[in-house]
Design a protein around this ligand. Structure first.
Ligand SMILES: [Zn+2]
Length: 78
């Protein structure tokens, strides 16, 4: 099922692309960190627009949660 279409020109001639992205987030200690991740975005072949769909939002949330788990200390460092 592919009902994806370009938000700019309305064309259905869109292709998925994978891009490297970085996400800025804040952990439970209030420290800002960056998460590098790969996102699936959509590219319109008619007008060259690139945009992020729901897949990207889900991937970002997952990467953020995953990074939080990795950063949460198993032992407290003084
Ligand atoms: Zn377009």
């Amino acid at each position: 099922m592919r009902d994806n279409h370009c938000p700019k020109c309305g064309s259905s001639d869109v292709v998925p692309r994978t891009v490297n992205d970085r996400l800025r987030a804040t952990d439970s200690r209030g420290q800002t960190f960056e998460v590098a991740l790969r996102l699936q975005v959509w590219s319109c072949r008619a007008c060259k627009l690139c945009w992020q769909g729901q897949e990207a939002e889900v991937a970002k949330e997952a990467a953020y949660q995953n990074a939080l788990v990795q950063r949460s200390p198993t032992q407290t460092t003084a």
